[in-house]
Design a protein around this ligand. Structure first.
Ligand code: ADP
Ligand code: ZN
Length: 731
């Protein structure tokens, strides 16, 4: 696949015509004249209209451009080149997700400056000359210079406590000499033998299997299925160590929020240094540094969010997807792809093993493990003396809850007992802000977003109402905007802030913190809340799903779920699975160390299968039941789904286009088209949205079907169409 068959060019021997893929939403590669013998993946600069763009030598030319109009593309200095396997992966992803390949390439080329040459830093170190004139200031500099290090002018001035002029004077006199340092600091090398953990027998067994697969250097997929606190991380770290010994690179994917300091520190404790990080919060310079280090092979282990999938590893030898069931792996904008599924594809193309880790595997992965397509390694017990927490349901239909309150009597009692013995508690509610709805008691008017068909959520601490879809914010009005009545707006339902208010009223002495993934609070505030909890500076942490995962708080013994019925019935095929995963993960925070944990789940549906499975701890029974019900309706993974979403500011236009699209759907055996129907949030950011759903039997090639269909239709330009293959959200 590496060398592309290039047609020799008629005019010059050493040039050839090749397809160059540009990181733009075009149908495919464009023909350019390039130096012959450039391998697939070579980064080139190519003229496009009046500008120059980066492109990648992709494959054979298609001959569509006349010879006279053919332009030349030139490789960048040093001939940087994307690994051929990455190019294959980009093609695969584009085909599978029906995304123009240039859009997928754009993810891989997001760091355009990464291919520019380095600008060395100029620094100064001790030269041979002794300056003719000595002063106290000069002496201080020369004394410092005995360590042999090179420093910038500013660093010399600061460390020797002299003015920059003094340093410059020494440079002129030849006492300090300029040298060049590389622009970027080196990425530290993780040491596979730095501090291996002593594994328990189950971990040991699993680790040996994983190491064997890393050493085999061929594709395999393994589900590492371990209860919360069983030491999945410790276990897969051994596979990471083996891949390092094999001189291979490792990619570890974490769902965005789990990219915490806690994980990086654990890695450093095991391997002697932090791994390279890849996520959206990196500075452009850091991004450039890591990208180059990955491409050159200097970065051996990269921990990243989903976009790390497209990094140019030349020697990838192991892929890990932690918390593989997480919905955060689904990229919903731009190229719509599922990072977990694409990670499996990348591992297959790279011919290396992949490990999917979870305590609550997705149904897809569970089915793959049960059927033997994936290896299945189990860690059924918590590490050390920790045991699984006891889980009890509180039936809200007959438990005592005061009007306008959310903490039932049994939960309050348990909180009091936990606080009394100096332990920590966590209250979980998957709703940000103070209240999800503000309603006028006089006229019944609900405050909704101006550009979305969604309720405005009250954030009382900031006195704001916010739309969680488009980010619209306004101050909380004093009068009803509909009827003008004063003092009639009431908050309906709880959000985490409201639960915190109730808790503080009941337990004024307890130290409480809120953690929610919120634009109004920001990631730093959340991190601070989590750190305070870990350091025991907080007694009770009240949070949304951000507190559910990964965190390890040894003194946390009580978890209260305020409303387990949220999100259970919104007609979404994965809603039940998601509720189970989320509540199971939250429960898993309790009693992770010496002291046993208790989980109290408040629900109005204690007889529901999800609740029963949580209480009995019988996860597999629940998953099997879910499998059976999905099998009946040919839902994934037993059938295929793809969603088509049309959006436009013009509601009539989008509804008509939806009907037209449905009418033009080709008939095919085993394919059904549902809709168009208004999307769950019918209007988002001022755009009206219509959805169509394609449901197909497993044997159907949905991509070909969609391509045939969508190639036929011409939508008005005011309509934006998104194709979502294997949708996970149904909004
Ligand atoms: P999981 O990811 O399965 O929920 P973790 O890997 O976070 O579990 O492990 C839970 C806790 O137990 C962590 O604090 C971890 O350091 C500790 N732990 C797990 N296995 C070992 C081991 N073999 N030796 C020492 N500590 C361990
Ligand atoms: Zn909005």
């Amino acid at each position: 696949m590496n060398d592309v068959a290039l047609k020799p060019d008629a005019q010059t021997e050493r040039c050839a015509r090749a397809g160059v893929l540009l990181p733009l939403p075009l149908g495919g590669a464009y023909d350019y004249r390039v130096k012959a013998s450039l391998p697939r993946g070579t980064i080139v600069e190519a003229p496009l209209g009046s500008r120059m763009v980066l492109g990648v030598v992709w494959g054979a030319a298609d001959g569509a451009v006349a010879e006279a109009r053919l332009k030349s593309a030139v490789p960048l200095e040093g001939d940087p080149c994307l690994p051929a396997a990455l190019c294959d992966f980009i093609d695969w992803t584009a085909r599978y997700t029906l995304t123009p390949p240039g859009i997928v390439l754009a993810i891989a080329l997001r760091v355009r400056q990464a291919f520019e040459g380095e600008t060395p830093r100029i620094a100064f170190a001790r030269g041979a000359v002794t300056p003719p004139r000595m002063t106290a200031a000069r002496a201080r500099v020369l004394e410092l210079a005995e360590d042999g290090l090179a420093r910038s002018i500013a660093a010399w001035a600061e460390e020797a406590n002299v003015t920059p002029q003094v340093v410059r004077g020494l440079v002129e006199a030849g006492a300090l000499c300029a040298t060049e340092l590389p622009e970027f600091a080196a990425v530290p090398l993780p040491d596979p033998d730095f501090a291996p953990a002593t594994l328990n027998p189950e971990q040991e067994f699993a680790a040996r299997e994983l190491c064997g697969r890393a050493a085999a250097r061929e594709f395999s997929a393994t589900l590492l299925d371990g209860v919360t606190g069983s030491g999945k991380t410790e276990t897969y770290f051994e596979a990471v160590a083996e891949a390092l010994r094999q001189k291979r690179q490792v990619m570890i994917l974490l769902p965005e929020i789990a990219l915490t300091v806690q994980f990086l520190d654990r890695f450093a404790a095991r391997f002697g240094c932090r791994p390279a990080e890849w996520h959206s919060d990196l500075s452009p310079k850091e991004r450039r540094r890591i990208y180059r280090a990955v491409l050159s092979g200097n970065a051996r282990v990269v921990v990243g969010a989903r976009s790390a999938l497209f990094l140019p590893f030349p020697e990838l030898g192991l892929v890990i997807v932690d918390e593989e069931h997480e919905q955060a792996y689904k990229q919903e904008e731009g190229a719509v792809y599922h990072a977990r599924d694409m990670a499996v594809v990348r591992a297959r193309i790279e011919n290396c093993p992949i490990v999917l880790a979870s305590a609550t595997p997705s149904l897809e992965t569970f089915v793959n493990a049960s059927s033997g397509r994936y290896h299945w390694l189990k860690l059924p017990r918590r590490h050390g003396r920790a045991v699984m927490p006891e889980i009890r349901l509180i039936d809200l239909r007959n438990a005592h809850v005061e009007p306008g309150a959310w903490l039932s009597q049994p939960l309050r009692k348990a909180l009091a007992a936990t606080l009394a013995c100096g332990e920590q508690a966590m209250l979980f509610l998957n709703r940000r802000g103070y209240a999800p709805l503000t309603l006028c008691e006089a006229c019944g008017h609900k405050l909704i977003c101006r550009q979305c068909s969604a309720w405005l959520v009250e954030h009382r601490y900031r006195r704001r109402l916010a739309c969680h879809h488009c980010g619209f914010e306004t101050t909380t009005p004093l009068k009803c905007p509909a009827c003008g009545a004063e003092k009639c707006l009431v908050a309906c339902g709880p959000g985490v802030e409201r639960v915190a208010e109730e808790f503080s009223a009941a337990f004024p002495a307890a130290r409480v913190a809120i953690a929610s993934s919120d634009t109004l609070h920001g990631p730093l505030e959340t991190q601070a809340a989590i750190r305070a909890m870990a350091k025991r500076e907080t007694d009770v942490l009240i949070g949304t799903q951000i507190v559910a995962k990964g965190h390890h708080f040894p003194q946390l013994t009580l978890v209260g779920v305020i409303d387990a019925d949220l999100g259970g019935s919104d007609g979404d095929l994965r809603a039940r699975e998601r509720t189970f995963q989320l509540l199971h993960q939250v429960s898993g925070r309790a009693g992770r160390a010496e002291r046993p944990g208790l989980v109290l789940i408040q629900t109005r549906n204690p007889d529901d299968a999800v609740m029963r499975a949580l209480a009995s701890g019988d996860r597999n029974a629940f998953l099997e039941q879910e499998c059976a019900s999905r099998k009946r309706v040919l839902a994934p993974p037993f059938g295929r789904l793809a969603a088509i979403i049309l959006a436009s500011p013009d509601g009539d236009l989008v509804r008509e286009a939806g009907r037209e699209l449905a009418r033009s759907a080709p008939n095919a055996h085993g394919v059904k088209i549902w809709g168009p129907t208004p999307a769950f949030y019918q209007i988002l950011r001022g755009r009206t949205r219509e959805r169509l759903l394609v449901q197909a039997e497993r044997s159907v090639d949905v991509q070909s079907y969609l391509r045939t269909w969508l190639d036929r239709v011409k939508l008005p330009s005011a309509i934006r169409m998104t194709v979502d293959v294997d949708p996970v959200s149904f909004f």
